[in-house]
Design a protein around this ligand. Structure first.
Ligand code: PEP
Ligand code: MN
Length: 337
């Protein structure tokens, strides 16, 4: 439920409503726009007390939110959320392009890739130090050594870093080097992890689970938001379907739909979304055309030798070409790159 305050409500009236709501055991979340203040009321069945709140001084109206996701709902915050990462605003006017290898494999390879993607125009680096692998017998990441390499690349290139966090116990160490904590598809419904990253104030990149509905995905975002961390970037990375020629089916419906339903920024990962290098650029362009706020692209200088996801990794040269194509689309759409 949201309580919309009158545009001339005084700060004291807003405070009084918040106190009244909280005295009934509900939590409040504020959204202070230029024209109006909205108080989100979170808890079990707040609508039962609707009449009471409607009469409070300064209240314009009280609106139940019928969808189960509340704080991520556009009804709560009509304007797009902008998440600041380094010097960029994700969800603002410009696109946000994140690139790098699937995993941090060695200092030399990571630094080389980092410089190349920066020179091609990427805004952030990606690279997993802790990898969520389907098989326990495949490369699991360099772990703390990987974090050290990420920190070095961040310093050398000046680019912010996106890195995955697998468990609550890793948040502190990953958070020391990462500007954005990635929650991978396999952990999208790890509710303990979501709540814990929600207690940090580090931006979170929340990938869609491979079998998750859009509503489940937004409810996962809700776990982060409800702990007070509003800096959530959604990432469509493909879902499982009957198709076997591609690794996943990139659900581009999700992009405009999420933009309708939610104020959170949404980016597209065509690397995991297709699993095939040749499909990455076309689907990246389609994602931007569909309204994505950015892209996450896997890039490796020697994809054939990559320790994970080589088949879907672009070479730095492919990435440079993709950036050119994205620039053209961005211009056509009137978006900045
Ligand atoms: C990744 O980004 O390398 C990754 C493991 O992605 P996902 O969680 O989408 O499979
Ligand atoms: Mn990967």
């Amino acid at each position: 439920m949201i309580i919309v305050m009158r545009h001339d409500a005084t700060p004291a009236q807003v405070r009084a409503v918040v106190e009244q709501v909280e005295s009934h055991g509900f939590k409040t979340h504020m959204s202070s726009g230029e024209e109006r203040t909205v108080i989100g009321v979170i808890g079990v069945n707040p609508v039962a007390l609707r009449d009471l709140f409607e009469e409070a001084p300064g209240v314009a109206n009280v609106v139940p939110i019928s969808k189960p996701f509340k704080l991520s709902n556009r009804e709560f915050r009509p304007r797009n959320t902008k998440v600041t990462v380094g010097t960029r605003e994700v969800g603002g006017d410009g696109l946000w392009i994140v690139a790098g290898p699937c995993s941090v494999e060695s200092e030399a390879v990571f630094l080389e890739t980092a410089r190349q993607v920066r020179d091609a125009g990427a805004h952030a680096l990606r690279g997993g130090a802790f990898k969520p692998r389907t098989s326990p017998y495949t490369f699991q990441g360099l772990r703390h050594d990987g974090l050290r390499i990420l920190a070095q690349a961040r310093k050398e290139t000046g680019l912010p870093v996106v890195a995955e966090v697998l468990t609550p116990a890793d948040i502190e160490a990953v958070g020391e080097v990462a500007d954005v904590l990635q929650i991978g598809a396999r952990n999208m419904q790890n509710f303990a992890l979501l709540s814990e990253v929600g207690r940090t104030r580090i931006p979170v990149l929340l990938k869609r689970g491979m079998s998750a509905t859009i509503e489940e995905w937004l409810l996962s975002a809700e776990y982060v938001l409800s702990q007070g961390n509003y800096d959530v970037i959604l990432c469509e990375r493909g879902i499982r379907t009957f198709e076997t020629y591609t690794r996943n089916t990139l659900d581009l419906n999700a992009v405009p739909l999420v933009r309708e339903l939610s104020h959170l920024p949404v980016i597209v990962d065509p690397s995991h979304g297709t699993g095939r290098r040749s499909l990455v650029a076309p689907m990246a362009m389609a994602g931007i055309a569909a309204g994505a706020h950015g892209l996450m692209i896997e890039v490796h200088p020697h994809p054939e030798a990559a320790l994970s996801d080589g088949a879907q990794s672009l070479t730095p040269e492919d990435f440079r070409n993709l950036m050119q194509a994205v620039r053209t689309i961005a211009q056509t759409l009137g978006t900045k790159l």
